[in-house]
Design a protein around this ligand. Structure first.
Ligand code: G6P
Ligand code: MG
Length: 220
């Protein structure tokens, strides 16, 4: 049976959290707001606008709309300089093995990311051609845990939501998959991602046999 496998990007295919951290930290510094790696963790899966709002809340700062827009642009400019240096060495372990196995089984593959930079990043790591459809932050109006990003992907592939499997590293992303009635697979810490149908530390833990069982499983 044909299924769709939808991959989040940041934290699933590549680890860009470290680059977001550097850029947000510089921005926070410029506003005299302290910003830790733990706080950066809480921005995983969170849109760019909401991330800046949260940083301002943590620092108890209010700024004008113009400054907000300027800071967002500056943050992204800095982030873009980091991702412009990315290459295939930054693909997380065993991601190509999983993608290639699913493709060999003629399954549909989608990207479902909140990032407006997703297409650039996929190009840098030379994975664009693995995806049948790419849905990113430029295609959606509602952020995860709203299921919009995954539902658009399923629709583009003409696969029913209950026949979709989502790989996600963020709590909001797992929730979005569950709300969409898709099988959710958490990639990361099982305690953090306890709402997922399955959790693996990373793709090295996912065996072909497990993927085979997904081909005949529907979300219940
Ligand atoms: C992903 C990341 C978030 C990031 C968001 C928007 O969900 O996990 O940390 O804020 O994408 O990314 P962008 O590249 O559009 O700023
Ligand atoms: Mg993510």
């Amino acid at each position: 049976m044909k299924k769709a496998f939808i991959f989040d990007l940041d934290g699933v295919i590549v680890d860009t959290a470290k680059y977001h951290f550097l850029a947000w930290q510089n921005l926070a510094n410029s506003l005299s707001i302290s910003f830790s790696e733990e706080q950066n963790e809480q921005l995983k899966g969170v849109s760019r606008v909401r991330s800046l709002e949260k940083i301002l809340e943590w620092g108890n700062k209010t700024i004008s709309e113009e400054e907000f827009t300027r800071l967002m642009a500056e943050k992204n400019e800095e982030y873009l300089t980091y991702i412009s240096r990315m290459d295939t060495s930054e693909i997380l372990p065993d991601v190509p093995r999983i993608l290639n196995y699913l493709i060999s089984k003629t399954q549909a593959i989608a990207l479902g990311s909140a990032s407006k930079n997703a297409r650039i990043i996929l190009d840098k790591v030379e994975l664009t051609n693995k995806f049948n459809t790419i849905v990113d932050g430029t295609d959606v109006s509602k952020a995860k845990p709203d299921p919009e990003v995954f539902l658009i992907g399923a629709k583009a592939l003409d696969i029913a939501p209950e026949d979709c499997v989502v790989f996600e590293d963020s709590v909001a992303g797992v929730q979005a998959a569950n709300i969409a009635n898709m099988i959710s697979i958490g990639i990361g810490d099982a305690k953090v991602l306890h709402e997922a149908d399955y959790v693996f530390k990373d793709f090295t833990e996912i065996k072909e046999e497990f993927l085979d069982t997904l081909l005949t499983t529907e979300k219940v």
